[in-house]
Structures are given as C-alpha cells and as structure tokens.
Design a protein around this ligand. Structure first.
Ligand code: TYM
Length: 351
C-alpha cells in the first residue's frame, strides 16, 4: 500500500495555490493510501526565526487540513516539532548530502538573494530536513506543487546515497527492501520516493503577474486568493486579475504565451476537477467579461464552505490541539522505529 507524506509551512495565509496544488490532492489520496500530513513548523524558522504567533499559525493550517476533508482518525495530522526524530534524521542527512547539492536549489537562491553569506544555515539545509520528513516514514508518494519538484529530486538523491553508502550494513542487518526505480531494481533501506505533481493546477500563478507564482510572501494581497477570503473579496480579486484583451481560445495551444489567461483557465479546471481543454470547450471564444464572473462563482462555491468550516474548527482550539497531540504520538511511534534501524545501520550505540 502506498504511504503518502506531505507538509505545509505555517507561514502567512494559505492561498489557492496551496489548496489546488497540494491540499486538494492530500484529500483525494486518502481513499487509497495511508497518509501523513504535517505542519512543518521547524521549516518555518529557516526564513524567519522570530514569529508573532507560530502556535496559532500552526493551528490554522491544521484547521485548513481538517476543513478541506482530511480525516485525522484514519490518517495522521501533526506538527513536525512534536516528533524530534525529524531533527535527528535531518542531522544524519546533513552528513549524507553535499553542500553543492544545497547551493543548487533554486528556492535557496531565490530566498537567500544576493547576500547569501547572511542567509541562515537552516535555509541552506532546508531540503535535508524535508528529506527527513519524508523518509522517516519511508513514504513512497509525496503530493506537492511544481515548486517543490527539485526538493523531491534531492530527497531521492539523499535516499540513494544513504542506501549506497551503507549498503553492506543494510544487507548485514537484513533491513533492505527490493524496489523498482525506473528500469532498475535496487535494494535499500530508504524508498526512492515518487513525487505526485501534475494536473491543471500544479503551478498557480499570481493574479497580478502571470510570470510569478502565487505566493504567501507576495506583498500584494490582490495577487492571491486566500483560503479565508470572503465571497466579495474573491470576486473582486478575480475581476481585477490581469488578463489580455483577447477572448479565450478554443484549443489548448491558443493559451501559449498567454500566461494570465492560462492561469485562470488552470484555476477553473482545478476547482471544477476537469481538464483545461474541457474548460476551453465550454468557454472558448468567450470574453473575460463572461469567464471571470463564472470563475468567481465557482471559486466562491468551492472555497466558501471550506473557509467557514475552517473558522468553526479554529474556534475549537482544544480539538485542534488534541488532533495534533494524537497525530504526534502516532507519528512518533513510526518515526522512532525508523530511527532505531538508522542508528543501527550507522553504528550509533543505543538502548
Ligand atoms: P509550502 O508551505 O510553501 O507550500 C505548501 C504546498 O503548496 C504548494 N504550492 C503551490 N502549488 C501550486 N501553485 C502555487 N502557486 C503554489 N504555492 C505553493 C507547494 O508546492 C506545497 O506542496 N517545502 C514545503 C513544505 C514541506 C514538505 C515536506 C512538502 C516540508 N517538508 C515534505 C512535502 C514533503 C513548502 O515549503 O511548502
């Protein structure tokens, strides 16, 4: 059975990109898989150490998971820092991964900017902690937006290097498993994780600039639709979304070099759970004056129930805290099992 892991940082408001690119997939994957969904509070320290309300932000992401339909009884929902094994395995992976691998990460380059020497060491090592999140549970599938693809490739590289470096010890302890990686059959302790990326909404762009991704950190609130925006705000933001003067094309290739149009079509497709081609079948030839109100109605119809459920759940702090505590205990039991084996593989003495 596939094991799914994914994480979301507790920084800023969740937006439509997070929802369509990640959380909506988390919900869909619950049917056929065991899932572990984590609010990665330790990751949120990499860019900003001091937060006003990290606890409430963590609760708010948890509430969004639950309001979207994640079942915390069948699956595991918890915050990362509760399970100290994440930090422990990340340290091991810091010693497996090479500095050069980290310097190549586009997210590091973007976030560190020009003053790289002054970025936190945590920001550089970020993907190592992310690999630890995933591999602690020996997850096989990781649903994320397109922007996390490079980090998942690094996770595969780390798993592969660990498996290679310790291959003799893994064989001696008998803890390796055979797995299929592309054409090859390999043996190792850590699985080579498959990214689950794709569909029409894997990369939602800013509503103000079709060349930038929709992001929590964009200074303009008009650039994104927040999961908690009310109906009027959603409609206003879609009405003000940047477009070009042409009507929508009837065929997909007509969207080429029209990034803003393509983005709105992708958002519609993601919300309606249809393909972009199907959206164009319905709206091809129409002006944005027709398409935008239809998109706004659809967005309100899909997001308003989540927003109101999220507010209700956020109001019940004791419930949210109980979910995280219970999830943390269940996650810790799995994580400690993995770490016991990892310590044995490495040769760290333990009880
Ligand atoms: P984060 O918190 O930045 O984003 C959470 C999820 O939302 C996706 N996403 C988007 N998808 C489509 N369009 C967009 N504009 C958009 N913006 C964000 C992200 O791809 C992500 O899936 N490093 C991760 C958190 C993390 C993680 C993990 C994920 C830590 N450990 C282990 C998977 C597995 C991050 O910063 O996501």
């Amino acid at each position: 059975k596939p094991l799914v892991f994914s994480g979301v940082q507790p920084t800023g408001n969740l937006h439509l990109g997070n929802y369509l690119g990640a959380i909506k997939k988390f919900v869909a994957l619950q049917e056929q898989s065991d899932c572990i969904y984590c609010v990665v509070d330790l990751h949120s320290l990499t860019a900003q150490l001091v937060h006003q309300d990290l606890g409430d932000q963590t609760r708010s992401i948890t509430a969004a998971f639950l309001a979207s339909g994640i079942d915390p009884k069948k699956h595991i929902v918890f915050n990362q820092s509760r399970v100290m094994q994440h930090a422990e395995l990340a340290w091991i992976f810091n010693c497996v991964a090479r500095i050069g691998w980290m310097y190549r990460m586009t997210q590091f380059k973007d976030k560190a900017g020009k003053d790289r020497e002054n970025a936190s060491l945590g920001l550089l090592a970020y993907p190592s902690l992310m690999a630890a999140d995933i591999l602690l549970y020996r997850a096989t599938h990781v649903p994320v937006g397109e922007d996390q693809k490079q980090h998942l490739e690094l996770t595969r590289d780390i798993a592969q290097k660990f498996n290679n470096d310790f291959s003799e010890k893994i064989a001696a302890l008998g803890v390796g498993v055979e797995m299929q990686v592309g054409e090859e059959t390999v043996n190792g302790y850590f699985p080579i994780t498959e990214p689950v990326i794709g569909g029409p909404a894997a990369r939602i762009m800013s509503l103000r600039d079709g060349s930038k991704k929709m992001s929590k950190s964009d200074p303009s609130d008009l650039s994104r639709i927040n999961l908690t925006d009310d109906a009027d705000t959603i409609s206003k933001k879609i009405r003000k979304a940047k477009t070009d003067p042409e009507p929508l094309p009837s065929e997909l290739d007509g969207l080429e070099s029209r990034p803003e149009a393509e983005n709105l079509v992708g958002i519609y497709a993601g919300l309606a759970e249809i393909s972009k081609a199907d959206v164009l079948k319905e709206y091809g030839g129409q002006q944005f004056s027709v398409f935008k109100p239809a998109l706004a109605d659809l967005a309100v119809e899909k997001l308003a129930p989540i927003a109101s459920e999220m507010r209700r759940i956020e109001g019940d702090r004791a419930y949210v805290d109980a979910v995280l505590k219970d999830g943390g205990e269940r996650a810790r039991a799995i994580a400690e099992g993995t770490m016991k084996t990892v310590r044995d593989i490495i040769g760290l003495l333990q009880d």
